[in-house]
Write a protein that binds this ligand. Structure first.
Ligand SMILES: Cc1ncc(COP(=O)(O)O)c(C=O)c1O
Length: 372
């Protein structure tokens, strides 16, 4: 089969399985109430955040112009790193051009051939790809199963170990049992790498994340990663940990070393968003209030953060629910296999701090209709 024929066969297979994906421009057509995006605190269009991004681009230019180790480290990077570390309670931080790069970096640079990487079955694709990149043995354990983690850490032959989790999972929206997992890691000399992408700005005191909430953010063997593209409304990623971890990543993480530094506008906007969250912790309370209203309408338990997951009978039913909701003015997302870790089709909804009571009432009415 030639290349064109192969592409056609692949497309037909996707179509038959109900798994074809399309890119839809969201800035055209009808404005819908957004319950699909990850701008949890509504800061992407906040004038203070936009002004901070504009000020950064005016001062530092459109791009960082080089990789961080060449001449692409700008004072806005350092300022953002200090602010992120201070906010989350970690001793130091290193920013990346995406959260994907942050996850690729931390695993590939910290695992070697004498390391066992233990990964929760539901971690984000970036951590799965990070495992593929690392020259280490990888064991996937059942979701949130502390006993399974303990069993593999205890039985390992490798000297070192890393455990990969998310503190709030991106698809199911549930929280990890962080404290028992941290205790098991400590008992068996493993480093805990926790992705706080869906917790920063949303969970923990004033949105400081769940590691900070558990008093674990200053621990030498605990590392957090996060994206700057969800509650922080910008673009980019961060690794939070000890200064020694930061130095190691600067020297060894290929997705950091061979990548142009984070764009100034993104760094400035993320810094602006962080300042808003610090000044207005009530935004964090509001997003949690909104997620409880949406959960009630969908007849599912209130989530740990802003992500709600509603199981659907089939990929087709999930797509139909998305279309019906859109026809009623509400944008919801859906995940279909293979994007769902447990192979089920799901609606994925996100709560937002800037939605008004009227917005929430409309959302609840529509969700009652389309949720099973
Ligand atoms: C849990 C998790 N980690 C990492 C990422 C990647 O972050 P970014 O979009 O900044 O590359 C995402 C984003 O989609 C995510 O949900």
């Amino acid at each position: 089969m030639d290349f064109g024929g192969w592409l056609t066969a692949q497309a037909e297979h996707r179509e038959q399985s109900g798994l074809t994906r399309h890119l839809v421009e969201s800035d055209r057509g009808l404005a819908l109430l957004d319950l699909a995006g990850n701008d949890y605190l509504g800061l992407a269009r906040d004038p203070r955040v936009i002004a901070a991004g504009v000020a950064a681009i005016e001062r530092f230019g459109a791009g960082a112009t080089a990789s961080r180790l060449v001449s692409g480290t700008l004072s806005i990077h350092t300022e953002l790193e200090r602010a992120l570390a201070h906010f989350t309670g970690f001793p130091s931080a290193l920013v990346f051009s995406t959260g994907y790069h942050a996850n690729l970096s931390v695993v590939s640079a910290l695992a070697d051939s004498d390391t066992l990487v233990v990964s929760d079955a539901h971690v984000h694709a970036s951590l799965i790809d990070a495992c593929r990149l690392a020259r280490a043995d990888v064991t996937v354990v059942a979701h949130n199963d502390v006993g399974a983690v303990e069993a593999v850490l205890c039985a390992r032959s490798q000297t070192r170990a890393l455990l990969l989790i998310e503190t709030i999972y991106s698809v199911l929206g549930d929280a990890a049992p962080i404290e028992p997992l941290a205790a098991v890691c400590e008992r068996y000399g493993a480093v805990l790498v926790a992705d706080e992408a869906h917790a920063i700005g949303v969970a923990g005191r004033g949105g400081r994340g769940l590691l900070s909430h558990a008093g674990l953010s200053g621990h030498a063997d605990i590392i957090a990663t996060a994206t700057l593209s969800k509650a922080l409304a910008a673009q980019g990623g961060v690794v939070l940990g000890s200064p020694a971890v930061r130095d190691h990543l600067v020297n060894r993480a290929r997705p950091f070393i061979y990548d142009t530094g984070l764009a100034p506008a993104a760094a400035g906007a993320a810094l602006g968003a962080l300042r808003v969250i610090e000044a207005q912790p009530e935004l964090v309370a509001r997003v949690r209030e909104a997620s409880a209203v949406l959960a009630d309408a969908c007849r599912v338990a209130a989530p740990a953060g802003a992500v709600l997951s509603v199981p659907m009978p089939s990929p087709g039913a999930a797509m139909a629910a998305v279309s019906t909701a859109a026809a009623h003015g509400v944008r919801i997302g859906c995940f279909r296999p293979p994007s769902t870790p447990d192979g089920t089709a799901r609606l994925r909804l996100t709560a937002h701090a800037h939605h008004t009571d009227n917005d929430l009432a409309l959302a609840a009415k529509v969700l009652r209709e389309v949720a099973p």
